[in-house]
Design a protein around this ligand. Structure first.
Ligand SMILES: Nc1nc2c(ncn2[C@@H]2O[C@H](COP(=O)(O)OP(=O)(O)OP(=O)(O)O)[C@@H](O)[C@H]2O)c(=O)[nH]1
Length: 270
């Protein structure tokens, strides 16, 4: 409501005064004042509607802001869940990769990982023109452990021997389980003299476990073959195997070195 001003009071008093009833300007003043009041009323209504509109717009803005904040919170929650899900998937993938590359019993590299490493290393060494050495190790009289103490004890001995061998090689050598009670050690950029030193460390570490198999302390035999750039992998593995067989024949708990250069196996497996 508009306030009544002193001018309003004055005009209203003039219009009410009987002495001006016949004044020629009275009618015009009355009309003008009436017009003024109705314009004022109109302005008040427009102002009121505008206030209402602004209030509604403010409310709408606030509810939009509120909805935006709620959506943002939901999105943040979804992003957190997605991050956690991705981390779980990453861990699962790692675990899967780890399981597919490692032997479940000993934790060493399995045959698949050994073959991958062999291919990678032989290609790298071919480019660099450098040798590597492969060592096949086989536990002696292992069957007697199983026969005397049971398969579980045999498994435990395999784990101990695997640990002893892996800790006897350098960190860039790869010691893996080739199968059964047989192990393969890949020694990149390694010539025969260094490889034989590592084999001797392994042989001693196994003997030092003092695991008894029947009448024997458990030992291992080793076959060593140098892989020169250009050699076929399958041929080198085969030479190491032949040398291992020779070590067994010559009394076990020893190492034999394959003669250089002979390529007995088919290169098709490379
Ligand atoms: N406990 C256990 N035994 C295994 C495993 N893999 C292979 N073997 C056993 O290892 C034994 C290997 O026996 P053989 O091949 O006769 O060789 P060995 O008794 O070690 O004799 P030499 O190699 O000639 O010195 C077998 O009895 C297999 O059952 C395994 O994962 N766990």
């Amino acid at each position: 409501m508009n306030d009544v001003t002193p001018l309003d009071l004055r005009i209203e008093a003039l219009l009410a005064d009987a002495q001006y009833d016949d004044h020629p300007l009275r009618g015009a003043l009355n009309e003008l004042y009436g017009e003024f009041r109705s314009q004022l009323h109109l302005i008040e209504r427009v102002t009121h509607v505008s206030d209402l509109y602004q209030h509604m717009a403010r409310e709408q803005n606030q509810s939009l802001l509120e909805r935006y904040r709620r959506q943002l919170k939901k999105l943040e929650k979804i992003a957190r869940i997605s991050d956690r899900y991705q981390a779980v998937m990453r861990d699962l993938n790692e675990a899967l990769k780890d399981a597919s590359n490692h032997d479940a019993l000993t934790g060493l590299a399995n045959r698949r990982m050994l073959m991958d490493a062999l291919r990678t290393e032989s290609n790298r060494l071919l480019r660099q023109g450098r040798p590597m050495t492969l060592v096949l190790a086989d536990i002696d009289h292992f069957k007697q452990i199983n026969d005397a103490y049971g398969h579980e004890r045999g498994d435990a001995v395999l784990v101990d021997i695997a640990r002893a061998m892996a800790s006897s090689v350098r960190e860039y050598d790869l010691c893996g389980r080739w199968g059964g009670e047989e192990f393969l050690i890949v020694m990149p950029e390694t010539g025969l003299p260094e490889a034989l030193e590592a084999v001797e460390r392994m042989r001693r570490a196994i003997a030092a476990l003092h695991v008894v198999a029947g009448e024997h302390n458990v030992t291992a035999s080793f076959g060593v073959a140098e892989h020169l750039p250009g050699d076929h992998l399958s041929a080198t593995i085969s030479r190491a195997d032949t040398a291992l067989y020779a070590a067994k024949k010559l009394g076990r708990n020893r190492c034999e070195v394959a003669p250089a250069g002979s390529q007995p196996a088919s290169p098709a497996a490379d």
